[in-house]
Ligand binder design. Structure first.
Ligand code: UN1
Length: 508
């Protein structure tokens, strides 16, 4: 453990501000504890207002040079970061597990997601295409080009402490932006480790140093500065719907741009003809994986009445065999929640479930035996109705609601009847059901799958969702466009001055 921290450059007390160099920060000390056993991992001296200003200043200066470096050369820097990440995959994956509690295979998967993102961004650095469109005027050429935007802000959550940064940072990097990253206060060490890896690459290349910057501090202080700074032209924020609303309002006030990736209330519909074994596997990973702390976690299973009892029974018996404990142990499938407030949220949700008429079908207890710490809970199955207020909310814990339906129309109606719209899926072998689910009158989510679960999306697609999920898209496809400034250019290479739409304005 000590060696891992050392290899990743984590000291006993770490600076919480980086802009090409680590600043001698002046803010409050954050103590970082492992949710596994409550042990103290290290301390971070958070950034002060002055440190934040230094970062902003350097970041804006760096942008002036970085934007003029050809995109494929910017891609080369991201390629080198990807190579370094490959070297540190084991250590960084382990630190993810130690700092936020997901099981080690998921910690490794998260670093792999960063590596995949780096590869994607390197290719993208040669494909920032703009379109050419026919001008309606003779001897005119019209086209669009994409310019770097400026300094962008990245606010990431504890549950994907490094991958979500990579989604944003590698795309923004090849797009020619510089950036300021504010990680969750639960997971500053992985952010410092990643920044140390980036630093190696920045140091050995002849590029401005303050491209991939980091600022650590409380949301109420540093977070507020970030979202209100008019020089940050885009904020990409991941977190709860409440946080997103605050961020969005602050950004709207100053005409900034936002990519919001907020809460989900993801459901799997299981039709009467579905392969139940397949559906069971997907529900288990979706609901129990990462201890229910993904934005893509499966929170509702909408079951056809004909298979409701059979599926619920199978699920219950699978839940009873899930090994819970130290997430570094490879036999364990579910680790702890991230902190005490999450455990309290889990307990409060269970109280509300009872009051609102839900039936706790399995689980519902905080574990205090045979686990190494205080943050372990039982994954929980609840038989519920979709319109219960608690079901409409995202509780960031492993609580799964089973909801009964009688046909595909009711299934889709229930599915869409929540405020959030991130990820969704249907299990069926019936082509008509599947296509209806994917059609304009089907799932209203940003992600809709057939015969695979709601979580664990690949980076190649655009990631994000609708309604209170915030509408942003990150990672693959053409998500990069939000990180750039589109410019439409029309060039007259003739000797006349014709006007568009046939307007005549000739002075005699
Ligand atoms: C998140 O929980 O914020 O699709 C992101 C998934 C992961 C990303 C989740 N690739 O579950």
């Amino acid at each position: 453990m000590k060696e891992i921290l050392e290899r990743l450059g984590i000291k006993e007390i770490n600076s919480g501000a980086y802009c090409g160099e680590w600043l001698d920060t002046k803010g409050k000390i954050i103590e970082v504890f492992s949710p596994i056993d409550d042990s103290l991992l290290a301390k971070v001296k958070s950034a002060s207002a002055e440190d934040f200003n230094t970062i902003m200043h350097k970041s804006k200066e760096a942008f002036k040079t970085w934007r003029m470096i050809p995109a494929p050369q910017r891609g080369e820097i991201v390629r080198q970061i990807g190579l370094e990440l490959r070297k540190f995959k084991g250590d960084l994956g382990k630190l993810v597990t130690i700092e936020m509690g997901k099981i080690f295979t998921e910690g490794l998967g998260e670093v792999q997601e960063m590596i995949d993102m780096a590869d994607f961004a390197v290719g993208l650095s040669r494909q920032l295409y703009g379109a050419t469109m026919p001008s309606e005027r003779p001897l005119h050429r019209m086209y669009e080009q994409w310019h770097p935007l400026g300094v962008i802000g990245i606010i990431s959550a504890f549950n994907f402490p490094v991958a979500v940064w990579a989604w944003n940072a590698f795309i923004a990097g090849v797009c020619g932006d510089t950036m300021v990253w504010k990680p969750s206060s639960f997971t500053p060490l992985t952010a410092i480790a990643v920044t140390n890896i980036v630093h190696k690459v920045v140091e050995r290349n002849n590029i401005p140093k303050a491209i991939f910057n980091l600022v650590i501090g409380p949301g109420s202080d540093i977070g507020e500065k970030l979202i209100n700074d008019k020089d940050i032209l885009l904020i990409s924020a991941t977190g709860s719907c409440q946080m997103g609303k605050r961020v969005h309002q602050a950004i709207a006030k100053r005409y900034g741009r936002a990519i919001l990736e907020l809460g989900g209330n993801n459901a799997i519909i299981v039709m009467e003809d579905a392969n139940l074994e397949l559906a069971l596997k997907a529900v288990l990973f979706g609901a129990v994986g990462t201890a229910g702390q993904r934005c893509t976690t499966t929170r509702r299973v909408i079951l056809h009445e004909k298979i409701f009892n059979a599926f619920a029974k199978k699920l219950k018996s699978a839940y009873s065999t899930i090994p819970i404990g130290d997430p570094l142990d490879k036999n364990i499938l579910m680790g702890p929640l991230v902190d005490q407030s999450s455990v309290i949220e889990y307990q409060n949700a269970l109280e509300k479930i009872k009051i609102q008429g839900g039936e706790i079908f399995y689980g519902g207890k905080v574990l205090n035996e045979n686990v190494p710490g205080k943050l372990y809970v039982q994954p929980t199955i609840v038989i519920a109705r979709n319109d219960m207020p608690i079901v409409q909310d995202e509780t960031f814990a492993p609580i799964l609601y089973l909801i009964k339906m009688k046909d595909i129309n009711e299934a889709i109606a229930l599915h869409n009847d929540v405020p959030q719209g991130l990820s969704s899926s249907i299990f069926t072998n019936n082509l008509q059901y599947a296509e209806q689910f994917l059609s304009h009158k089907g799932s209203d989510c940003g992600i809709a799958n057939v015969n695979i679960g709601t979580s664990g999306a690949e980076i190649g697609g655009a990631f994000g969702g609708e309604k209170e999920t915030g509408g942003g898209r990150e990672a693959g496809s053409d998500s990069w466009k939000a990180y750039m400034r589109r410019q439409t250019n029309t060039i007259n290479w003739g000797k006349e001055m014709p006007l568009a739409q046939g307007v005549e304005f000739d002075v005699e």
